[in-house]
Design a protein around this ligand. Structure first.
Ligand code: ADP
Length: 401
């Protein structure tokens, strides 16, 4: 029997998400998540997608990521899709930070694991959970290829002019401070899909990808190669996000330390968790913000205006970086679903060749589609992202190489 299935694991700080795909036909067999790991009431939701579909939900204490992965293995086993199945070809792990060392998916051995551990100081919130996920999966199936797919990999092609911050070179190099960028798997997938939507190959088109989820980032992709992206050393830089500030003057941090007496950890929490849309208006769900705007809520209006202003700045900046833009692609929760955000982000940018057709923009669909008027100089697209599929494809290609 040929092994054609890939299990994709995405271990967050307190959650574990997974999908099982069959690469023979690209179908998704099962998906689920364990959340609130380590809390008294952890929750495990497992959905079998094959055979008509069914969902099981359980709650109870799941102590750590190792226990979570064992619970996932038991759920898959109950559906006849267990980790010991000979049809399983590999396990793919989303790893947030691959630094400069990992530019492509990599089969994990002890040396690779050590290297990912070495990157913990630059990704303290993300890499530790990813590492535990890999370790546990290796214990459960030591014979199976475990492949790490890095969020940063797609961005390693950025030129120094985009990646290097204008700070003292020795200090930057000693502490590996530079722009790494994140959401790379999504930017790679969406830029390729956008080229396909235009009936072109990725090397023929320049695309600005706007990944607007709870975390949000923009990237400039020239002929399939990333040349700039808005997130930096960490996912805090760039666009206004659900709870993160995005770009601010770094001196705000010194000011808060000196004038407000805040500690570095307090400022970290402020900028990562209590800023962005939630900090501006109390809500980070774009549906709720638009609903409040319809009722004339001033704070929601201001939050939306700031969010859109930042987006426009990045569209303009990346138009300049790319020189010629063939398409702007909206993706992730907000980008795929919020017609008001797409319309506002592009409004007034006709000078850049950008426009949105109101009728096309209003159509709800889970398919990749164009929403710009016929004959526009720059295509505007909505392209649903699928990071798990992209990871599975990269993993499967690597193990079959
Ligand atoms: P992440 O993976 O970063 O957690 P997602 O890509 O799932 O985020 O996006 C989540 C966000 O998408 C929500 O916070 C919400 O603002 C937005 N969103 C989801 N559905 C809709 C919708 N129908 N209309 C507008 N915004 C939506």
């Amino acid at each position: 029997m040929t092994a054609t299935r890939v299990l994709v694991l995405n271990s967050g700080s307190s959650s574990l998400k997974y999908q099982l795909l069959d690469m023979a036909d690209g179908s998704k067999l099962a998906t689920g998540l364990v959340e609130r790991i380590g809390e008294a009431a952890s929750r495990c939701v497992h959905t079998l997608l094959a055979h008509g579909g069914s969902t099981r939900e359980q709650s109870g204490h799941i102590a750590d990521h190792a226990a979570a992965l064992k619970a996932v293995a038991a759920e898959l086993d109950a559906d006849g899709l267990g980790l010991d199945s000979p049809e399983l070809a590999a396990i793919g792990h989303r790893v947030v930070h691959g630094g400069l060392r990992f530019t492509a998916p990599t089969v994990v051995d002890d040396a690779v694991l050590q290297e990912i551990e070495r990157l913990v100081p630059v990704a303290p919130l993300h890499n530790p959970a990813n590492i535990i996920g890999i370790r546990t999966a290796r214990e459960l199936r030591p014979d199976l290829p475990q492949v790490a797919v890095f969020d940063t990999a797609f961005h390693t092609t950025m030129p120094e002019s985009a990646a290097r911050y204008a700070i003292d070179v020795e200090t930057a190099d000693a502490h590996r401070i530079r722009r790494y960028g994140f959401h790379g798997t999504s930017h790679a997938y969406v830029s390729r899909k956008t080229a396909a939507l235009l009936g072109r190959t990725p090397d023929e088109v320049n695309v600005i990808v706007l990944h607007l989820g709870n975390g949000a980032s923009a990237s400039a992709v020239a002929g399939g190669v990333c040349v700039d992206t808005s997130m930096g050393l960490t996912p805090l830089e760039g666009l206004v996000m659900g709870t993160r500030s995005g770009d601010i003057d770094p001196a705000v941090i010194f000011h808060l330390t000196r004038v407000a007496g805040m500690s570095v950890d307090e400022i970290d929490a402020l900028l990562n968790k209590k800023s962005g849309l939630v900090g501006l208006c109390g809500d980070n769900d774009m549906r709720e913000i638009v609903r409040r705007m319809d009722e004339g809520d001033r704070r929601a209006e201001l939050a939306f205006a700031i969010y859109i202003h930042r987006l426009k700045k990045y569209i303009g900046a990346y138009t300049a970086v790319l020189g010629r833009v063939d398409a702007v692609a909206f993706t992730a929760g907000v980008g795929e679903n919020s017609a008001p955000v797409r319309a506002a982000a592009v409004a007034g940018l006709d000078g850049l060749g950008l426009a949105v057709d109101a009728g096309l923009n209003a159509v709800r669909s889970d398919k990749a589609r164009l929403i710009s008027p016929e004959g526009s100089r720059v295509a505007v697209a909505v392209v649903p992202t699928d990071e798990e599929r992209e990871i599975a494809q990269q993993v499967y290609a690597l193990v079959n190489d």
